[in-house]
Design a protein around this ligand. Structure first.
Ligand code: SAM
Length: 244
């Protein structure tokens, strides 16, 4: 990790520096959290304060890099302005440390090409509505030799807030031209070719499946009607991509 730059893609509004901070404490030279939404500053500052205190109190829990010694790890954690963070002041808490938060749309990001060595995301890629363009942009941001880890949530997100009306496959019963303007509805078998076409080497492509509700297959519409059961039941993808 030493000397590497890290990017938390789609870092969210509540804890946009969280994962970046763990990478920084473990030796990353710089980090950037990217999101189309701005941070909830007070909540983000308090969350970061809690995380740093935990890192200082229990470095054995958070210091993962074999070459990082605990004393330097704790020193890095103490180099944040903890007082400012505790008082909800995010920018003052980060000060001059090399951790950035950039509000940008990944379809047209405002950060330098080939600037990232390590990237990760959780529950973000399913939101990229023009997936081909977004994957091209991700490829351009990575430095050659860079590694990306993405967790992709393939579920119908309406099931998270209206689960009495929708389940995780409901949107497969909507027509091909339907959109919630939130998720791209791509299935596991459709996503991987985008990575390969762009030039990534796919090192790992793990698919988690769950059983669809009984009898739901008769309601499938459009292209989903001709998909295999294996593909339809895929709900989560964990993948590791390398830019050659
Ligand atoms: C489900 S949230 C996940 C947040 C965070 N990764 C987590 O695990 O808590 C998805 C995030 O992706 C961001 N996002 C969606 N579309 C984006 C885009 N086109 N460019 C950048 N970020 C985007 C959203 O603003 C949101 O913060």
């Amino acid at each position: 990790m030493a000397g590497k730059s890290y990017c938390d893609l789609g870092c969210g509004t509540y804890h946009p520096y969280g994962i970046s901070t763990i990478f920084y404490l473990n030796g990353a030279v710089s980090t950037v959290g990217l999101d189309v939404e701005d941070a909830d500053e007070i909540r983000a500052a308090e969350a970061l304060y809690d995380l740093l205190i935990d890192c200082i109190a229990y470095p054995e829990k958070w210091c993962w890099e074999a070459n990082m010694n605990r004393a330097e790890f704790v020193e890095r954690a103490r180099s944040f302005n903890l007082n400012a963070l505790q008082n909800g002041q995010l920018r003052a808490g980060i000060g001059d440390l090399p951790l950035k938060h950039v509000v940008t749309d990944i379809h047209d990001p405002v950060i330098a090409k080939e600037s990232i060595d390590i990237m990760s995301s959780r529950a973000v890629l399913e939101h990229f509505l023009d997936f081909g363009v977004a994957v091209d942009r991700l490829f351009a941001l990575m430095r050659p030799g860079g590694v990306a880890y993405h967790h992709i949530d393939l579920a119908d997100h309406r099931a998270y807030w209206r689960n009495s009306s929708y389940h995780r496959w409901s949107f497969l019963a909507e027509n091909d031209d339907w959109s919630d303007n939130l998720t791209n509805r791509l299935r596991a078998s459709e996503i991987r070719p985008y990575f390969e076409k762009t030039g990534f080497n796919v090192l790992k492509y793990e698919i988690i499946r769950k059983t669809m509700p009984k009898g739901f297959e008769q309601y499938l519409k459009g292209r989903f009607r001709s998909m295999s059961k294996d593909d339809l039941e895929a709900l989560t993808v964990f993948c590791i991509l390398v830019k050659p």
